[in-house]
Design a protein around this ligand. Sequence first.
Ligand code: HEM
Length: 129
Amino acid sequence: MSNKIPGENPTLEDMKKMKYTWQVARESMRLFLPIFGSFRKAIADIEYEGLTIPKGWKVLWTTYESHYADDYFQDPLNFNPSRFEEPIPPYVFLPFGGGPRVCAGYQLAKLNILIFVHFIVTHYDLSLL
Ligand code: HEM
């Protein structure tokens, strides 16, 4: 966000340039899941890895497995926002869920996170205790 007068509020266009901040936010949500998962109801019998999930059963999908899988995230316990420079395969990184019931507030949440981080880093001096 260069070319700004100190204290001037960021615009939507500025927010779109906060790519690294969004990488930091995504890496934070990869390691510290905001939501552990959610439920789905099987609308038909489903065969999965030799098991049958009968129609009507509730299924819990979770994010733990893929968020910490080293097939997708090299050195998965390491906090490394730069990993989000590369595209992530679909349905691997799911802090907002995915598919038809993906979080309806995703864009608003993203904007809020970027605005929040902007004001934290511009209004406070942070230091490690
Ligand atoms: C960091 C902030 C947020 C996170 C991590 C988050 C996460 C999620 C997740 C994982 C789901 C999917 C649940 C599922 O598949 O069963 C979801 C659904 C939903 N979220 Fe969010 N959410 C956030 C913020 C928001 C905000 C700000 C709003 C609205 C202003 C919102 C509105 C919704 C709605 C309406 C659904 C249901 C969508 C549907 O079932 O069709 N969320 N959210």
